[in-house]
Design a protein around this ligand. Structure first.
Ligand code: PLP
Length: 341
């Protein structure tokens, strides 16, 4: 730390991204898509991008069944989440102990008081634990790294019962079999849905995320975006995003393929004695029979297969495995059989 670094930020412990190796691995560690993005048009990188992302908002709002004024695009959903922590969490933020790691990092960065609510023993999130709080709630649905999800009706109950509290539903993984809460935004002005093109639309490298909500909430997020970097969504991301929205069939095929492979992976691991949580995302949270997540991670890695291991008390028995292509998952299963020998 330099002597110029703000002492108010000396407590930060930054987010640890999953490894992005320079050599080739079968890469099942950061929930990317195994499929290439939809083909897109030529770029004019000499020009600034449209800071309001109008063409993409027009197209994607139709797909979501909302008005363009209910939608903002951001540099990955991480940027949308950052804006929410910065501007919509005056009374603090509440979220589970096991969930997306950035919630805690952003809370610290923006000096938002945190209320951490442990998941139950079986890793389920009990929505009743979130009743009667005053903080802004962050619920990843499906949750990461567990893959467990709530129905839209269950979340609606929480949103309806707490009209004066903002509920942020992070739907990064919803396209792999979850139920979206986007249709509820017409009825609830205390709901903000965050989503991303990184996973189901194969654009992790483009950095394209969004938030959907009541038009006043979206106008608030635009206020923050235009106070920071109006051009944070670049032209390459806009073009690739538009192609992804236009090619609906390709998107649906890829989501279906992931769900099929997820079922096969879950069954194969269970057949080998693993505990595998019931995932509705593009990953599974799985514990080998010996309960040693770290050793399993290391053995896979030595055999060229990269999965994610989280070195925290509740996660140590597990690894998180991204649902890759069928070939990638076959290689994982072969390496797993060697591990069990
Ligand atoms: C991957 C992920 C994000 C971030 O997505 P980007 O759009 O790539 O920034 C947000 N929330 C959850 C739960 C995620 O898993």
């Amino acid at each position: 730390m330099s002597r110029f670094f703000s002492s108010a930020l000396s407590h930060l412990s930054p987010y640890t991204p999953g490894e992005q190796p320079l050599t080739s691995y079968i890469k099942l560690n950061t929930n990317e898509s195994p499929f290439p993005p939809a083909a897109h048009a030529e770029l004019s990188l000499q020009l600034y991008p449209d800071p309001e992302c109008r063409a993409l908002r027009e197209a994607f709002s139709k797909e979501l069944g909302v008005s363009p004024s209910n939608l903002i695009f951001t540099n990955g959903s991480d940027e949308a989440l950052a804006f929410i922590f910065l501007s919509l969490c005056e009374r603090g933020a509440a979220f589970p102990d096991l969930t997306y790691g950035f919630y805690s990092v952003y809370a610290d960065l923006f000096r938002v008081p945190k209320k951490i609510i442990p998941l139950r023993e079986d890793f389920t999130l009990a929505l009743s634990d979130y009743a009667g709080l005053s903080e802004t709630l962050f619920i990843a649905n499906p949750n990461a790294p567990t893959g467990l999800a709530h129905t839209c009706a269950e979340l609606e109950e929480l949103i309806a019962e707490n009209p004066d509290r903002l509920v942020v539903v992070d739907e990064a993984y919803v396209d792999f079999g979850g139920e979206s809460t986007v249709p509820l935004i017409a009825r609830y002005d205390n709901l903000l849905v965050v989503g991303t093109f990184s996973k189901s639309r194969s654009l992790a490298g483009a950095r394209l995320g969004y938030a959907v909500g009541n038009c006043e909430l979206i106008a608030d997020l635009y206020r923050v975006k235009f106070s920071f970097n109006p051009y944070s969504v670049n032209r390459a991301a806009l073009e690739a995003g538009l192609a992804a929205v236009r090619n609906r069939t390709y998107f649906e095929e890829n989501c279906t393929a992931v769900q099929k492979t997820r079922a096969a992976l879950t069954a194969a691991l269970r057949a080998q004695g693993f505990r595998v949580l019931e995932s509705l995302a593009n990953f599974v949270f799985a514990s080998p029979p010996d309960g040693d997540g770290r050793r399993y991670y290391e053995v896979l890695r030595a055999r060229g297969v990269l999965v994610r291991y989280f070195d925290s008390e509740r996660c140590r028995p597990f690894v998180r495995i991204t649902v890759g292509s069928d070939d990638q998952i076959d290689a994982l299963i072969r390496a797993t059989k060697e591990y069990l020998k």
